[in-house]
Design a protein around this ligand. Structure first.
Ligand code: ZN
Length: 116
């Protein structure tokens, strides 16, 4: 499962940040995940909650995930639009497939709260 390796990557990253800040615990983490990333948010949450138990720094961490919608701009008519179609999106105005992605590819830690 893709989400398990992402959860493990997050754990590495959070551990590194917590150590840099001499934190004893990470209390909350806010993530931004674009729809285009293909990540199933429920699966990631589940994978993280299962994996975190082995890490004293993270075993009580709550994660909050914000899904960023997929937004394109049409290179043909400059229309911007939101879509759920991650494979073959086309402009609802002129039907062009010549699009530029504006948001939806995000996968990052937005912020975190630690106890020092
Ligand atoms: Zn268009």
């Amino acid at each position: 499962m893709h989400e398990v390796s992402i959860a493990m990557g997050m754990i590495d990253e959070l551990t590194r940040i917590a150590r840099e800040n001499n934190a004893r615990k990470v209390i909350t983490v806010k993530l931004k995940i674009g729809k285009m990333s293909g990540i199933v948010i429920d699966s990631l949450q589940f994978a993280f909650d299962a994996a975190k138990l082995e890490y004293p720094l993270l075993n009580s961490t709550a994660i909050f995930i914000e899904e960023v919608p997929l937004i394109y701009e049409c290179n043909n008519c400059k229309n911007t639009f939101k879509t759920d179609d991650i494979y073959f999106p086309s402009c609802p105005g002129c039907k062009s497939y010549n699009l530029k992605i504006l948001s939806g590819e995000e996968l990052h830690i937005e912020n975190l709260e630690v106890e020092v």
